[in-house]
Design a protein around this ligand. Structure first.
Ligand code: NAG
Ligand code: NAG
Ligand code: NAG
Ligand code: NAG
Ligand code: NAG
Ligand code: NAG
Length: 445
């Protein structure tokens, strides 16, 4: 019911959300309170008794926690690397907390993308990027986040060192976690995991659990507004192009055209130098040749997607280094209008933000596009597709591949029919996130 409630609010505007969540929380508080007060067990044992009195002695909402039972926490190391590595790492931390029956203490993300220089990683609090209250509202009953101020005894901490090295197997890792969910370890108020970034922890959870966490992640309003600006600019250009390409109409009709929904295509164009080095290495490691796509191949395959109405704006999500390379705007099929941030005139929206925010805005623009085309070996592309697949599942759509679905996605690095890209959807019944973390050519369509 909560999930439905939080979701519904999304349609009415984001500002209502936290308020709405609080109302639900209040109703829950009242129900719990009522249940406890009439419960025959209330005040039975000494602990219960003292809590109840303590509870009565204080104002209502802040002390709810004491009443429900002492909350236990999990603390994790700073989360680092690319936006999507950070999202996966965050989800893994959440699922670990869930496994240990603990609340995750809100972790730090990293605003910048320095791989080696730890001091340049610019820690940034989770709630500067994603909505904290909304996360807890949407994920209620699954996992919860808390602030450090909720920890009552900061010295009641058990440090848990994750094992490492070749001998530290998935099984050993799971054993360690299982042990720490039981006495005596479960009695510590906080378990602090030390060592590696959660992205590098062994994985024990199915794709659908990750999908559940990702669904609870909503960007903060400030970033959503920036993404809105970019998307409306794209649609406005598409609208003008359509208007121009049509016969002159009478006033009434052209007005209705102004209100018309204008679809766009987003292409996550990975052809920058860093990626090319990385993908060549992957091709060697996996002994396959379908990871690195050239600019020409991508342009050709996107041009062969069936069922696109022309003219259509194609938004190119590219690394900053490619913004100087005007050739990415050449060679597109007639009717496909390629734009990147610069040509779109939205560069200044991006430029005022650190790496993580830029990437989050681009992610949003790709995720909301009517047609998305990416590389199945990119984590960014894979998470966009997961998002879109999940959206379709939530809408009750059973078919997720091809052009006639609501949120079609394609992998340009894999050949589809008719010289087009390969239709792509996430297999939600996969037993681990491996495919998404490290890329795959199984696109389940
Ligand atoms: C209520 O709280 C006060 C201190 O805040 C304490 O002295 C008093 O004993 C409490 N009452 C009960 C019934 O516990
Ligand atoms: C999880 O913790 C809560 C209290 O925080 C407790 O009531 C519940 O029984 C625990 N569940 C498991 C499976 O340990
Ligand atoms: C403390 O925990 C309660 C219950 O989860 C929550 O409502 C409250 O917002 C938390 N406070 C902080 C500062 O995290
Ligand atoms: C806090 O935890 C430490 C370690 O478990 C313990 O020694 C100490 O007594 C606790 N303090 C309070 C006020 O409970
Ligand atoms: C790589 O794959 C090709 C066929 O796809 C095969 O002939 C070749 O032996 C493979 N090489 C290695 C090192 O596995
Ligand atoms: C999805 O994954 C499950 C479990 O690994 C597998 O059995 C199934 O065949 C996959 N479905 C598709 C369409 O790839």
């Amino acid at each position: 019911m909560d999930l439905w409630h939080c979701k519904r609010l999304r349609f009415f505007g984001l500002h209502l959300n936290s308020l709405g969540c609080k109302c639900v929380a209040l109703v829950v508080i009242v129900l719990v309170l009522r249940a406890v007060l009439i419960s025959p067990f209330a005040g039975f044992g000494g602990i219960e008794q003292s809590k109840l009195i303590f509870f009565r002695n204080n104002s209502l909402p802040q002390n709810l926690q004491l009443h429900i039972g002492k909350q236990k926490f999990l603390e994790v190391p700073q989360i680092i690397w690319g936006l999507n590595n950070q999202k996966i790492a965050f989800a893994r931390a959440c699922l670990t907390a869930r496994f240990l029956n603990r609340t995750l203490l809100m972790p730090s993300l990293s605003a910048s993308l320095f791989y080696k220089e730890i001091d340049l990683l610019q820690p940034i609090s989770f709630d500067k990027v994603f909505q904290f209250e909304r996360f807890n509202c949407l994920c209620k009953g699954f996992v919860q986040l808390s602030h450090f101020t909720n920890v009552s005894n900061r010295s009641d901490v058990l440090e848990l060192q994750k094992g490492s090295g070749r001998k530290w197997t998935v099984e050993k890792d799971l054993d360690q976690l299982t042990q720490h969910s039981k006495p005596p370890y479960d009695e510590y108020e906080t378990i602090r995991i030390v060592g590696k970034n959660p992205f590098l922890w062994h994985d024990h959870w199915p794709v659908k659990d990750y999908a559940k966490i990702f669904e609870c992640l909503a960007l903060v309003d400030e970033l959503l507004k920036e993404a809105d600006k970019v998307v409306s600019k794209i649609r406005e250009i598409g609208r003008q192009a359509r208007h121009k390409s049509e016969q002159p109409q009478n006033g009434l009709e052209s007005e209705s055209r102004l209100l018309q929904y204008v679809p766009y295509v987003a292409v996550h164009l990975r052809i920058e130098k860093d990626w090319m080095i990385h993908c060549k290495k992957l091709e060697q490691r996996f002994n396959i040749s379908e990871i690195c796509s050239s600019k020409e191949q991508i342009i050709e395959r996107v041009g062969n997607i069936k069922g696109l109405n022309h003219p259509t704006v194609v938004y190119l999500a590219v690394a900053d280094s490619l913004l100087e390379d005007n050739s990415i705007l050449d060679g597109w099929k007639e009717g496909l209008l390629p734009f990147e941030k610069k040509k779109l005139g939205v560069l200044e929206i991006y430029q005022k933000h650190p790496y993580l925010f830029k990437s989050a805005i681009d992610y949003e623009v790709c995720s909301r596009s009517d047609v998305f085309v990416g590389n199945s070996f990119s984590t960014f592309s894979s998470l966009v597709v997961l998002d879109r697949t999940q959206k379709m599942i939530n809408m009750g759509v059973s078919k997720q591949c091809g052009m006639d679905v609501r949120w079609p996605s394609y992998a340009y690095n894999l050949p589809g029919g008719l010289d087009g890209p390969c239709p792509w959807a996430t297999n939600m019944s996969d037993s681990s996130l491996q495919a998404i973390s490290y890329g795959s050519n199984h696109v389940s369509c």
